[in-house]
Design a protein. Sequence first.
Length: 182
Amino acid sequence: MTTPMTRLAVLYREPDIRRRIWVLLFMATLWLPLGGLPLWRYVYGFTGELTPATWILFFAWFGFPDLFRRWCYLELPLKRRLWLFGGMVLFYVLALGSGSFDPYTYGYQPWILLTLLSVWVARWGRIAAGLTLLLSMDLMAFGFHLLRTDNLWDYLVDPILMLALGISVFRGVMSRRFKSTD
């Protein structure tokens, strides 16, 4: 007869389940109060609301890790991730005031931005169907005003998405760097 702890130990040996347990423990710590507020409110003060695409990606990553890896392999090769990450870094650097051009202001009158996004969909929509789906979810959320902001950029990018993409790019570059050339 196995005890519940033995069953948990067997489950813990599975890498996907182990990762989910650690994520759940981390998420539970975000509810601990510190100074009268739970820790997640401090994180919210730094990141703001997460984009719908970030929620969908987190759900796919934790819920269906094999499908998520396959999608990343097919639709997000390293070159495309580098371009996305570089664009996000440039956006945040310019939006934080390091130059006279502020792309964040174009999110309030988003016609130019929506035109550029529709050109992207016309060019890459069939090749990157998953990215197009994520983009459409963000645009639907913007159309229905599901977040507290009226800026389109807040529906498209957020710091957590940029951080996850940066880690993915770093891991991709390091794995290519240490591959054997035999």
